[in-house]
Design a protein around this ligand. Structure first.
Ligand SMILES: [Fe+2]
Ligand SMILES: [Fe+2]
Length: 266
């Protein structure tokens, strides 16, 4: 279980439910306006953000945590994508999570008296870390945001997102469609000219390795039907390609995913 109770996750005593909804609506609108200025990125558009907000709410509900502050963080977690894209176009590299975090204080400034400095810093920290693997010092807020984001890379929506993210890649390596991409190091060898099947397996790794991703019990439970679908998809793909199903069964990511699925359904 993730540890409970950190002050910024508690409902603010002076905020009425109506005011909280107003703040969430205003933050959501702020995020929408930022995404409206970006070119369409099917993988990271406002619908991704909306799904991450929804996942955040579901995780908080399952964990028995007030979702107000986590939802604020979810709305803002990817707002720095535009700067990342612009930097890429100029041949520079910036990290969208850090860029998003930089923009958090300005967006939350109107609500600073109500939210407090500590909460704004906590949201900033969660946004800055949202795409890094789970770390020992991650707060509950950070864990929830990471899990909510990664859930959106699993299941049906994960299929579309992974394939849309790498349109330039071959679908699979004809020499070895299910070549192993089980560890980050191994995966790195495939990055660049890796296949879409490898990218798909890499998304599955967000579930298969409970040390780094999908660490909250509720997110793990929500991931189960998504990952079952992904495993079935790989077996079906093997059938269609005329590859023995054993080739799928021996992929370490698949084995680890099946092991975690079994532990969650027992
Ligand atoms: Fe992100
Ligand atoms: Fe995201």
């Amino acid at each position: 279980m993730v540890e409970k109770e950190t002050s910024f996750l508690e409902p603010h005593p002076n905020l009425s439910p109506e005011r909280r909804n107003q703040i969430l609506a205003a933050v959501g609108l702020g995020a929408r306006r930022i995404f409206d200025q970006m070119p369409l990125l099917p993988v990271h558009d406002i619908t991704h953000v909306e799904r991450v907000v929804k996942n955040t709410r579901a995780i908080c509900q399952g964990e028995g945590i007030d979702s107000f502050i986590p939802e604020v963080a979810a709305w803002l977690h990817d707002i720095g994508r535009l700067q990342e894209i612009q930097a890429q176009a100029d041949g520079k590299k910036i990290y969208h999570a850090e860029e998003s975090a930089k923009q958090v204080p300005a967006i939350l400034e109107p609500f600073k008296p109500e939210l407090g400095e500590e909460t704004i810093i906590a949201v900033q920290d969660a946004v800055a870390r949202h795409s890094l693997p789970n770390a020992e010092n991650d707060s509950q807020l950070v864990k929830i945001l990471k899990d909510a984001d990664k859930l959106d890379g699993l299941g049906s929506i994960g299929f579309f997102r992974v394939f849309a993210f790498y349109p330039e890649r071959p679908i699979y390596n004809p020499q070895n469609p299910f070549e192993d991409g089980s560890t980050s190091e191994e995966y790195l060898r495939y990055s660049g000219q890796s296949s879409q099947v490898q990218a798909f397996l890499r998304n599955m790794e967000w579930f298969s390795d409970p040390r780094f991703w999908i660490v909250t019990p509720t997110a793990a439970r929500l991931a189960v039907p998504r990952v079952k679908l992904m495993v079935d998809f790989l077996y079906q793909l093997a059938d269609e390609l005329g590859v023995p199903q054993g080739e799928v069964s021996k992929i370490p990511i698949v084995q680890a995913s099946q092991k975690r699925l079994a532990s969650l359904s027992s």
